[in-house]
Write a protein that binds this ligand. Structure first.
Ligand code: PGA
Length: 250
């Protein structure tokens, strides 16, 4: 069975004082029934990882470069994240795709680098509002899936996050049927490409305005194995009820 995953994406939020939220999470979930991943800004990855050894909380990056090292001022490699204690990295978030013009091909190269460094890649994809209104959602997802996901994927090194762009940070959430349609579609595509074994073992997260009051409903949708949470992951008091809702869904 796929182990459920509650992942927090802190984006560009958090100074050293925010490590107290990681400590509070650790205290609130000493024996979590689900995997918990916190992806703080890169500046906090090392100290967050040092604060969580042996706990159910894993630490991840929010992006990495596709090369191992070299003349790439300001970039960080997957190896560097692994070296400072990260075990995962978010890739292809729509904010990276938009702000940094990252193509699916670059995301795929980054995922290969992440896997080579022993990191789990959490690869994000999702449609814009215009694409949904034009009934293009499944075509967009199909394209992002085939171009962003490398061939070396397994249930251990790949997590996919479906994040409709219009739901991120807006308080808008697709209907449960809409979420289920996309998650079932992703599952079927994965099984077709990688075979039933790998296809069924990859975890699929929903992301976009997941909050304590809508999490339980979302976690009942088929093929939703957890959530990628932005705003509501910044405070332990908001993230804990989401983690508990995921535990209750088992
Ligand atoms: P949100 O962000 O939960 O604040 O909508 C989700 C994400 O961007 O991963």
């Amino acid at each position: 069975m796929r182990r459920k995953l509650a992942a927090g994406n802190w984006k560009m939020n958090g100074l050293s004082a925010a490590l107290s939220e990681v400590e509070a999470l650790k205290a609130a979930h000493p024996a979590a029934l689900v995997d918990i991943l916190i992806c703080p800004p890169a500046t906090l990855v090392s100290s967050a990882a040092q604060a969580t050894p042996g706990s159910p909380i894993a630490i991840g990056g929010q992006d990495c470069h596709q090369n191992q090292n070299g003349a790439h001022t300001g970039d960080l490699s997957a190896q560097m994240f692994a070296d400072c204690g990260a075990t995962a990295v978010i890739l292809g978030h729509s904010e990276r795709r938009e702000d940094h013009e990252e193509s699916s091909e670059i995301v795929r190269a980054k995922a290969r680098a992440a896997h080579a460094a022993g990191l789990v890649s959490v690869i994000c994809m999702g449609e814009s509002l215009a694409q949904r209104e034009a009934a293009n959602t499944l075509d967009i997802i199909a394209g992002q899936l085939s171009a962003s996901i490398p061939d070396d994927c397994t249930g251990e090194n790949l997590v996919i996050a479906y994040e409709p762009i219009w739901a991120i940070g807006t308080g808008l959430v697709p209907s449960l049927d809409q979420i289920g349609e996309v998650h079932d579609f992703i599952r079927a595509r994965l099984e077709r490409r990688f075979g039933a074994g790998v296809g069924r073992s990859v975890r699929l997260l929903y992301g976009g305005s997941v909050k304590p009051d809508n999490a339980a409903d979302i976690f009942r949708v088929s093929n939703v194995d957890g959530a990628l949470v932005g705003g509501a992951s910044l405070k332990q008091g908001d993230f804990t009820p989401i983690i508990r809702a995921l535990e209750d869904s088992i």
